[in-house]
Design a protein around this ligand. Structure first.
Ligand code: PLP
Length: 385
């Protein structure tokens, strides 16, 4: 029924595990990428107030001016770029995934080569494939308890003529963070060969080394070069259900993007955008709190798993996921995830959902209360016998 290029797109393996648990209310759900706390009241109140004020109409394709300005201001404060980011480089989107989809639709023709660091959240590789691009996967490796990228391998995978390189750091699902030196070399490579560099940045604030944000090149690029950052309110501001994101891109790209937004969503809802403005205004404490909570959960989870025999894991440097394996048990990660649900009510995402490099692993989203994490570890211990 679908276009030929869509035939080979796998259905979500995470959904497949979640469906296997339908009708059971005793399953601990660590499979999706969101926390267990609702969006803070001050942000919800801003959306409610805008609704009550009747802000229920169509709006600008690229977002309301006030939100674009507050995103630009936020990024200028956070990154202190050499050339301040102007509003003309910012577009509001209806979520991070919509931002990625708009980029794919705007840049990729059938057959274009796109090199992507993997394993990665499946939407990142699916979007270029939907456009018929050729995705070249560059796998991370887990060495001595750390996820690492062989940078030369990424550069080799992006020879002249490559359309784009996509990097998601901090990475979903491994928590890998690309070091600044690697970013610099990659930017130089992309500049030399006219390759678009696309940073998928939803976790840039969720990093556990004390920095305000993850390494990257947003601060170095000039307003017209081929660099795009896709971002979202979902993770750092606990706003997954609001579906609000943004893009920073070259000025001409943003001007042209208006028509792509028109043909997709036309605009993000105004009352949701009002919530975004309030989130940025009052968000510093929230982000600090979110990060501290995640770090404590990560430490508790990693510490407890280290005491279980047969569990191999590399502590994530950022994001909100632990990607780990069970010796001799998780080689078929989908089967293992289903067994975990059936036998002990533990809901994890199978590593294969993030690509063939993820096979053998399980992903645990640790954006959860401590008591749930403790219960989850106890269930895993029971499973391992
Ligand atoms: C790597 C990555 N990119 C982008 C997104 C987009 O998030 P959203 O569509 O909720 O804004 C996610 C969400 O899980 C993600 O993990």
């Amino acid at each position: 029924m679908l276009r030929r290029s869509l035939d080979t797109l796998p259905a979500s393996r995470i959904r497949e595990v979640a469906n296997a648990a339908l009708g059971r209310d005793d399953v601990l759900k660590f499979w999706f990428g969101e926390g267990d706390l609702p969006t803070p009241a001050f942000i919800r109140d801003a959306a409610k107030a805008a609704l009550d004020a009747g802000e229920t109409f169509y709006n600008h394709n690229l977002g309301i001016g006030e939100l674009r300005e507050s995103i630009a201001g936020y990024l200028n404060r956070l990154h202190a770029p050499q050339i301040p980011i102007g509003v003309d480089r910012v577009a509001v989107t209806s979520s991070g995934v919509s931002a990625l989809s708009l980029v794919a639709q705007s840049l990729f023709d059938p057959g274009d080569r796109v090199a992507i660091v993997t394993p990665v959240w499946p939407n990142v590789t699916a979007q270029p494939r939907i456009m018929g691009a050729e995705v070249v996967r560059v796998p991370l490796a887990c060495n001595a308890g750390r996820w690492t990228l062989d940078l030369q391998r990424l550069l080799d995978a992006a020879p002249p003529g490559t359309r784009a390189v996509v990097v998601n750091s901090p990475n979903n699902p491994t928590g890998w963070v690309m070091p600044q030196d690697d970013w610099n070399v990659l930017l130089a490579h992309c500049r030399r060969h006219g390759i678009w560099l696309i940073a998928d940045d939803p976790y840039e604030r969720l990093i556990f080394d004390g920095s305000a944000h993850a390494p990257g090149v947003l601060a170095q690029v000039d307003p017209d070069e081929r660099f795009i950052s896709a971002n979202t309110f979902s993770k750092s501001w606990t706003m997954t259900g609001f579906r609000l994101g943004w893009l920073v891109a070259p000025r001409r790209f943003i001007a042209d993007l208006a028509k792509m937004v028109e043909f997709n969503t036309s605009c993000a809802p105004t009352f949701i955008q009002r919530a975004g403005i309030t989130a940025i205004k009052g968000g510093d404490a929230l982000i600090a709190e979110t990060r501290a909570r995640l770090q404590a959960s990560r430490d508790a989870l990693v510490g407890q798993l280290a005491r279980l025999r047969g569990v191999e894991c590399a502590p994530p440097e950022g994001a909100m996921y632990l990607f780990f394996r069970l010796q001799d048990r998780s080689d078929d990660s989908l089967a293992c995830a289903k067994q975990l649900v059936a036998q002990v009510g533990l809901g994890l995402a199978p590593g294969v959902a993030f690509g063939p490099e993820g096979e053998g692993y399980l992903r645990w989203c640790f954006a959860a209360q401590r008591s749930l994490i403790d219960d989850g570890v106890a269930r895993l211990a029971r499973f391992l016998g």
